[in-house]
Design a protein around this ligand. Sequence first.
Ligand code: GTP
Ligand code: MG
Length: 136
Amino acid sequence: SQRTLVLLKPDAVRRGLVGEIIGRIERKAGWSVAAMELRTLDRATLEQHYAEHEGRPFYEPLMEFMASGPSVVMVVEGERVIEGIRALAGPTDPIAAAPGSVRGDFGTIVRENLIHASDSEESAEREMKIFFPAFS
Ligand code: GTP
Ligand code: MG
C-alpha cells in the first residue's frame, strides 16, 4: 500500500471541518491515519513544501494564509491513497470541483481550498520528510 502527506489547511480548522474531512478519509475501506498532529506551520517548513511555486503571484498570499493558524498535518496510508485523496479533495479551484469532493462541497476561493494531498509517489516521499522527519 501507499502513504501520502495530507494537510487540512487553516481554513478547515477555523471552520470546524476537520472531523468531516477526516471522516471521509476514514470511511474509505482500507485507509487509515498513520500520523497526525495539529501544528501551526512556520515559514521555513512552508518554503520547502511550496518551493515549486516560489515567484508565482499567488506565492506570498499562500504562505501568509498557510501560516495564519494551525493546520492538521497527517500521513494517510492505504491502497492507491495518493490518487484517492486527490480525488476525494477535488481540483484546486473549488468552482471547478464537483459536489461530493471536499473542495466541491466546502471550498470558497482557490487559495483557501481546505486540503492538500501529495500529487505523486515522489511528492509523498519528499513531503513526508518535510513534515515528519522522524517518521518512516
Ligand atoms: P495542494 O494540494 O495544496 O498542493 O493544491 P493543488 O496541488 O491542487 O494545487 P497547486 O499545488 O498547484 O497549488 C498549491 C496551492 O496554491 C493550492 O492549493 C492553492 O491554495 C494555491 N494556488 C494554486 N494556484 C493558485 C492560483 O492560481 N491562485 C491562487 N490564489 N492560489 C493558487
Ligand atoms: Mg500541489
